[in-house]
Structure formats: C-alpha cells, structure tokens
Write a protein that binds this ligand. Structure first.
Ligand code: XIL
Length: 319
C-alpha cells in the first residue's frame, strides 16, 4: 500500500484520525493529507459538551457539523466523541451542580436531553459513539464524577439506553485510557460490560484510547486484554493512539515509537473483532501532547511539515 487509506482497505480495518476543526478549515495541506490518508475521523473536541452547549440551551453545531460533512464528502466513517465524560463540561452545568441550583432529578433530565439531542442530531451519520468515556479510575473504582455522585452507578446503563433510542444503528462504546495494561481498570471495566450485557443494555464496543509513551515498556499483554473483551462479543477499537516521547527527538526514539505504533495496529489486525485504529491527531503540528505532558511531544506519525515519520512507514508495513 502507498498510503493509509490503501492499507485500511487491504487490512479490512478502518484507519482514523482525530481532527482539529480549526486546522481543517484553515490549512489546505492538513485537510488534503487527512482526506487522502484516513477512512475514519473523530472530532478532537468538536462534539464534547462544552463545545456544543457552552450556554445552557444554546447549541453551537458548526464544528461538529464540519466533522460530519468532511467525512461524508471523503468517504470516511465518524466516531462520535463523547456523550458522557467528566471533563470539558460546560461551566453552567458544573457550577449549577456545585451550588445546588441543579439537583439530582434535574441533572438526570439534563443528561438524557443532552444524549437525545446530540446523538439524535447525527442519527444515521455516526458509525460509533463513545457513550461513556473514562468512567473507571486507575485503582479500579468507578470514577468519582458528578454523574456517579448525583445519579449513582446506574447512569452508565441509562446513557447506553438513551443513546440507543436516539440512534439505534450506531455502535455504542465504553472508552478508556490505560486499559491496555492497568489490571484494576481492566477488571472493573470487564465487570461493567458483563453487568450491562446481563441487563440487556445495548453496549457494542470497547475503546482502548492507546495513549502510550516510549519511556514506559510496551504493554505486551494488550492482545490478551483485547481478547478478554472481544470474547464477551464486543467489537473493539483503538480510538486515540499516540506514542509520546521525552524531548528531544532522536533517531533511536523514533524507531521505538515506530515499533509501538506497529504493535498497536497489529494487535487490532490480529483480533477479528477489532474494526478501527484511530490516531489522536496525525501530525506533530496539531497534537495535545506538548500541552498536557511537560517536556514531552513528537507523539504523532507525521512531523510538523506533514512528512511521514518512521512510525508512518511502520504502519504501512503491517499485514
Ligand atoms: C484532549 C484534546 O486532544 C485536547 O485538545 C483537549 O484540550 C483536551 O482533551 N482522552 C480523551 C480525549 O478522551 O478527549 C482527550 O482529548 C485526550 C484524552
């Protein structure tokens, strides 16, 4: 294959990228490469709650619509990200809960309305939704969020049921980070999935974010972890892959990074239920890593000038 789109067809796995909507609109080279290389896209921030409803009851769909429109024009599937999360919530919501002006009963209605409105708007246009994101903490407890605190653990099942009502054909996912290796988080997440299935809650998929760093050992057990979930009948996706490094960049570090990317994609290819491999931004020009991890960067498969890095070529070699 000459590019990732051809690789995607050859492997039978969608290969995606998160998209920065500002760059999509303003940078022709960014747009050209995105649409040449990828068969799946995720809005990096465009579909998050604070992006679509910063003011209560006032919806801003421009960025989210731009993601869906770009995908339709370029034969790309879309991952909706994300309906229920504890980050990037609008301040009217977090402040209203904190000062008691929004009580538990109202909060539940607000969450239902949010899911019905957003998933309903894009009904039929989203291949897969990250219905709940990061609901388990690193110790394997349900994460203490406004959702757990005020609605109780049943909010997870409710969210899937509402999403299914709003968009019956979308694949509905639970998505998390460190799920490639964190045993406590893995076991709790497996139990959540089993419990939802026992209750006939419509859950279809498991999302492994895939945020790795080369200063840590590669999570060698990842293929087995994925299998534990797909053996429950779930489809799987790697939803936010990137491989960061402590700067400066060296040829050795780029080679290790390439190996980590290749192993992640290979893990997906080897599991017949793994259908999608998405990177969290494809170019170091637009990556969340430098802003979030002090002293780290260069996490993507192309450099700032959109030239392929060793990681890009390593992906092309996966069979
Ligand atoms: C990140 C975005 O990349 C940043 O632009 C934003 O400032 C913060 O969120 N896990 C997720 C993603 O599920 O939504 C996060 O995206 C990265 C970690």
């Amino acid at each position: 294959p000459d590019n990732l789109r051809e690789l995607s067809h050859k492997l039978g796995v969608w290969i995606g990228s998160a998209v920065d909507v500002t760059a999509l609109a303003g940078e022709a080279d960014y747009r050209t490469v995105l649409n040449r290389e990828f068969t799946h896209i995720t809005g990096e921030n465009a579909m998050k709650w604070e992006s679509i409803e910063a003011e209560r009851g006032v919806y801003t769909w421009e960025a989210a619509d731009a993601v869906v429109r770009n995908a339709q024009r370029n034969r790309q599937k879309v991952r909706g990200h994300t309906l229920v999360w504890h980050n990037q919530l609008p301040t009217w919501l977090t402040e209203g809960v904190a000062d008691g002006s929004i009580d538990a009963k109202e909060l539940r209605k607000i969450l239902r309305d949010h899911i019905m409105t957003e998933a309903g708007r894009y009904r039929g246009k989203i291949r897969a939704w990250d219905v709940v994101n990061e609901v388990v903490d690193d110790d394997g407890n349900l994460r203490q969020t406004i959702w757990l605190t005020h609605l109780g653990p049943g909010y997870i099942a409710d969210a899937f049921r509402w999403a299914h009502q709003a968009d019956p054909h979308a694949k509905l996912y639970i998505n998390d980070y460190n799920l490639e290796w964190d045993t406590d988080k893995i076991n709790t997440t497996l139990n959540i999935v089993k419990d939802l299935k026992a209750k006939r809650v419509p859950i279809d998929g498991i999302g492994f974010q895939g945020h790795l760093g080369i200063q840590y050992d590669y999570p060698a057990d990842f293929p087995n972890v994925m299998r534990q979930f797909t053996d429950l009948g779930l489809e799987a996706a790697i939803t936010e892959a990137d491989v960061r490094m402590v700067l400066p960049v060296t040829p050795e570090k780029l080679a290790t990074q390439a190996d980590y990317y290749k192993r992640m994609l290979s893990t997906c290819v080897a599991d017949r239920r793994c259908v999608e491999f998405t990177v969290w931004g494809y170019t170091d020009r637009h990556s969340w890593v430098p802003g979030w991890f002090d002293g780290e960067g260069a996490a993507c498969i192309m450099d700032e000038n959109l030239n392929p890095k060793p990681a890009y070529n390593a992906l092309l070699s996966v069979r």
